[in-house]
Ligand binder design. Structure first.
Ligand code: MLT
Length: 431
């Protein structure tokens, strides 16, 4: 049928199926995004497999979505707060709109629990509904007209939000990259840390450690280099620490503010999603240090505060109560136990792929295992694993062209499913 008619013209559905179009032009930047967002696309292919094989018992090692219940001490804090909202006193205390920056006691608790060994103060912490949402708001704050660098491969939200805000050119089929954005290759050859010396200067640098998807955690020495580079170039570093609690290598900092001078260079974003199973509950935070400024000397924090108060009404008060419980001694301990469970899953998967003779990275400082299939197209490998084992992975190319030849296996899953996945993989690849 016809694609539509403009509103000026008469339109009628029916024989020709014409629909009435607005006269509003589409955001051309969104038009640059060729396919859908990575994870919905994977869900679509998973559903396709299920339609074709209705009896398939799918195991998802795809999107990093938590599977285990929120630990009891944290649930208790949340329940108490939810009940309180049904009382006059409780509602008076935490009902209604909260501060856009988050509840004062929670900001204090996050500062105390995660930043007591560095200078970061509670006043620089903005509580939110999660890191991905914060990345979108950070982009809105900067606006367009900036050059951007990302690690390649990297979490797709950095590139996609940069495209949407207008900081890139078109998608280039020859390079599989968007033009005008610097992809800093992170490969086995460079230990998954980009060649900083040869990188061009850019205004905004996204960096994730431990890295999603490669699982590589950057060392103190590497991050010192990164901060020095950003400082020399006058860049602002957006440091994604969403998986920091998974780090066990003592040479790898858990926050960028362990690096001297990072408070003049870096915004750090973090989240309870992968710490305590809050992927659905939603709670995270972003640190915007007092000392971080724009080129005119004005504080970045002032503008971020303006964005938060304009576009956000504060995280859910129940989620914030859960966050408070995460920071208590009992809550923190239960969170570490949960993380240890997923870390064990990661080791099981890592071992499985190693035994099958694959090149395997990550899995010790992060909940992701990065498995090499040299010379193969990662979407083909994804499809082969799905059709051969009914296991969903994530194709490396979905994270950027340097992810080609890899798939990512997520360690978030029930233990019995992880073990079943191992059996199926061994069955399939040993054949
Ligand atoms: C992932 O699978 O990379 C994560 O679940 C994505 C996210 O945290 O948004």
């Amino acid at each position: 049928g016809g694609r539509g008619v403009s509103r000026g013209a008469r339109s009628h559905r029916g024989l020709n199926q014409t629909i009435c179009m607005s006269t509003v032009t589409r955001n051309a930047n969104i038009g640059k995004l060729a396919a859908g967002y990575l994870f919905p696309e994977i869900a679509r292919r998973r559903n396709e497999h299920l339609e074709a094989n209705p009896d398939a018992k799918i195991i998802s090692l795809g999107i990093g979505d938590t599977t285990e219940p929120i630990p009891q001490p944290i649930v208790d804090g949340m329940v108490e707060s939810a009940k309180g909202l049904g009382t006059l006193d409780g509602y008076g205390k935490y009902g209604g709109y909260g501060a856009e920056q988050g509840q004062g006691p929670l900001r204090d608790a996050i500062a105390e629990r995660f930043y007591s060994h560095v200078d970061t103060s509670a006043a620089d912490i903005f509580v939110s509904d999660g890191s991905k949402c914060d990345i979108g708001r950070i982009q809105m704050m900067f606006g367009s007209g900036h050059s951007v660098s990302v690690q390649d491969p990297s979490y797709p939200a950095y590139v996609d939000t940069s495209v949407i805000i207008g900081n890139t050119g078109l998608f280039n089929d020859d390079t599989s990259q968007f033009d005008d954005i610097q992809y800093m290759a992170c490969t086995a050859g460079n230990g998954f840390f980009p060649d900083i010396d040869s990188a061009k200067k850019s205004d905004i640098v996204f960096f994730c450690s431990p890295n999603n998807p490669t699982g590589a955690a950057a060392t103190r020495e590497q991050l010192t280099k990164l901060v020095a580079k950003c400082k020399a170039d006058g860049s602002i570093l957006i440091y994604d620490a969403a998986y920091a609690i998974y780090i066990e290598n003592p040479d790898c900092p858990k926050t960028i503010y362990e690096i001297p001078g990072a408070d003049e260079v870096a915004i750090e974003t973090c989240s309870f999603s992968k710490y305590a199973g809050f992927t659905g509950l939603r709670l995270g935070w972003t640190v915007v240090p007092e000392n971080l400024t724009f080129s005119d000397g004005s504080k970045v924090k002032t503008d971020y505060n303006r964005i938060m108060s304009t576009c956000f009404n504060g995280a859910s008060n129940v989620a914030q109560a859960a966050g408070m419980a995460c920071c208590s001694d009992a809550g923190y301990k239960s969170m570490l136990d949960l993380v240890a469970y997923y870390k064990e899953n990661a080791l099981i998967l890592k071992k499985c792929f190693e035994e099958l003779g694959f090149e395997v990275h990550g899995g010790t400082d992060a909940p992701y295992v990065w498995v090499g299939f040299p010379g193969k197209n990662s979407w083909d490998v994804f499809a082969e694993i799905l059709s051969g084992t009914s296991i969903v992975t994530t194709p490396g190319a979905g994270f950027g062209p340097a992810g080609e030849g890899f798939v990512r296996a997520s360690a978030f899953g029930h233990r019995e499913n992880i073990l079943e996945a191992v059996d199926r993989l061994k069955d399939y690849f040993k054949k």
